[in-house]
Design a protein around this ligand. Sequence first.
Ligand SMILES: [Zn+2]
Length: 141
Amino acid sequence: MSQESLHPQLSSIEIETELKKAGLRPTVQRCIISDYVLNHAEHPSVETIKTWVDKHYTGISLATVYNTVHALESAGLVHAIRFDHSDKVFYDTNTTLHHHFLDEKTGELIDIDPDKIEVNAKLPEGMSINEISVLIRGERA
Ligand SMILES: [Zn+2]
């Protein structure tokens, strides 16, 4: 990935530790998947992860991808997010509050720092905001 990611990289030992904490045995396959999701992918879906895995390794099942991603989610290392442009679930390793830019040409989701978008929400009385997350659709030159 050429894009600089906002999340810190995890070493293979840290990945093993996190998998154990999440109640999963850190098998080679799970470590491979976790390394890809945490250190290399940007907002992958399970489908994206499986495609990458199949290109580089043989014999890693979709079930293994699912249970690894769910373990990472329960360990708080990724957030599952849905956007209204797709019925897929995307996994975000940037677990701090941020916005997204969707490149409609490529389908790529790019993190946008919350400081870069100002939302002026005028809500009806009695409503309070817990969180604002914005999806901007556009195209990158
Ligand atoms: Zn994100």
